[in-house]
Design a protein around this ligand. Structure first.
Ligand SMILES: CC(C)=CCC/C(C)=C/CC/C(C)=C/COP(=O)(O)OP(=O)(O)O
Length: 303
């Protein structure tokens, strides 16, 4: 897979160089039709460039977090400051969320979990709630569509949801189920979206599930340990259920009832920018900060 000098080449130069190399190989395959050659070339280039592309300056591949969690805060303040409707802020937030997913996938992050709607958000004005629910439905619908991959540059993303679905609109829950089902075998970035989610809710639902298993004789009280509780949390769908890094935007320095159980040893990063203005360079800055941390998990030095 490694190509000589690949790290030094500019993306344009790199593409050109790879193109030349692979054209040479392809021309040997005289029997292939032109269209097929081009298609293979595109696929091969995409794979090589994605895997080998140098990360933004300052980031080390071996220190990338596996799981990044984001509290996407500040949409309304961003909109109000500009004299716009709060809904515009949420729509901008959606754009930034899609961009973070694209970058996470490109840089080899495995799980991106986002706090889209908390169990406390129901106290917001009715118009805002309606706008949010229809925005979620719009986005979640695209996740379940056949051409989701085309919309997402083919990064083979899997989508899961966490939170209490019983209070969400039925039509939204239907689309969430479809999206989960359609993407469940995908091996790329795992996007976990908290909708009507909170950390306390998660601990409560895990407790209920464990108690009911004890009641039914499936589990003994002695079987209850941290590992078992972790397996009952809603992040159990992910290969890497525990966030290495939590980013919260908009200058607020709180967890606000996000993944309370899972965040025990997560590195926290608070960005001043509001979510709609959080850009690639801000994400890089957060990741650089993470890579400089000394993670000990309460014990010996980790790295
Ligand atoms: C799943 C999905 C498609 C999400 C995209 C839209 C999105 C980013 C939703 C987040 C909504 C929300 C409650 C943001 C918090 O900012 P805030 O509204 O509390 O802003 P404030 O702190 O300025 O009041």
């Amino acid at each position: 897979m490694a190509e000589e000098g690949i790290e030094k080449a500019s993306p344009a130069g790199l593409k050109e160089e790879l193109l030349q190399k692979h054209m040479a190989v392809m021309t040997a395959e005289e029997s292939l039709r032109e269209g097929l050659k081009a298609e293979l070339l595109e696929k091969h280039m995409a794979a090589v460039i994605t895997a080998e592309e140098a990360l933004p300056e300052g980031l080390k591949a071996e220190l990338m977090p596996k799981h990044v969690a984001v509290i996407m805060d500040g949409n309304r303040r961003w909109a109000r400051e500009r004299g716009m409707a709060v809904e515009v802020g949420h729509r901008e937030g959606r754009r930034v969320m899609a961009e973070l997913a694209r970058l996470s996938s490109l840089w080899g992050i495995k799980v991106l979990s986002v706090f889209a709607f908390s169990t406390e958000n129901w106290t917001r004005p009715r118009e805002e709630l309606e706008a949010l629910m229809s925005l979620y439905e719009e986005v979640v619908t695209t996740y379940g569509e056949e051409d989701f991959e085309r919309h997402n540059s083919g990064y083979n993303a899997r989508v899961s949801f966490m939170g209490d679905r019983s209070k969400l609109p039925e039509s939204l829950v239907e689309k969430m189920n479809i999206a989960e089902e359609k993407t469940k075998a995908n091996k790329g970035l795992h996007i976990i979206i908290g909708l009507n989610y909170s950390g306390r809710y998660d601990i409560m639902q895990a407790t209920r599930s464990i108690v009911s298993k004890v009641k039914d004789g499936i589990l003994q009280i002695e079987d209850i340990n941290e590992k078992l509780i972790s397996e009952e949390m809603e992040t159990n769908c992910a290969e890497f259920p525990v966030p290495d890094l939590l980013i919260r935007t908009s200058g607020e320095q709180r967890i606000s009832n996000f993944m309370l159980w899972q965040l025990a040893y997560t590195e926290l990063y608070f960005a001043e920018k509001k979510f709609p203005e959080f850009e690639e360079e801000d994400y890089v800055e957060a990741l650089i900060s993470f890579q400089k941390r000394d993670r000990r998990f309460g014990g010996m030095k980790y790295k």
